[in-house]
Write a protein that binds this ligand. Sequence first.
Ligand code: SAM
Length: 212
Amino acid sequence: MYEQERERLVTNLCKEGYIKTERVKHAFLTVPREAFIPDSLKNYAYVDTPLDIGQGQTISAPHMVAIMCESLDIKDDQKILEVGAGSGYHAAIVAKLVGETGHVYTIERFESLAKKATENLKQIGITNVIVEVGDGSCGLPFYQPYDRIYVTCAAPKIPQPLIDQLQDSGKLLVPIGDKYCELILLEKEKGKTVVHRLGGCVFVPLIGKYGH
Ligand code: SAM
């Protein structure tokens, strides 16, 4: 029922330059966004916009998920940490990108959202994502180090625990600011870090010890 809408959205995201690689395109085509959206909003599943998922939080707009996936250059077999599971949609896309031998760990501060995200992921048969409840501004030390870490909410500055939990040669993506923010990519190489500014964006705030 939603397949044509999904294909149309993906075609547009490619044309607009948000999706750049076949890998990301394939992930977007194989994850049904409607499965992560409350019943009352399912008709909007393939509109390129954030949508409410409860607790005042949102599932990110598809173009933002695409930008983040492309800039992280996610590869097969990697271990990824997501801060802010929300609906579980972005984690599902990343789960496709790391493949069956890769692992995604995602941490969410609201227990109700974490529970729903777990159900959503199970419902579409994704088995390589673990959803935890907690303050992701402190990272998730138990499974460290991570090849890639990304934050789906805006932090006042890059949380040091996330830098510490990043593997050497790893990449960390964090929106910095307060709602209106800038996407920052940090690359770690031989213990040194290099920071790139990727442009403006809008996110809900990161709440926690190293958040707002
Ligand atoms: N990735 C999500 C998706 O695909 O639906 C969208 C995430 S939403 C934009 C941001 C999420 O970050 C919210 O669910 C919010 O509760 C969560 N969040 C905010 N601060 C957090 C923290 N310190 N630890 C974990 N999650 C946090």
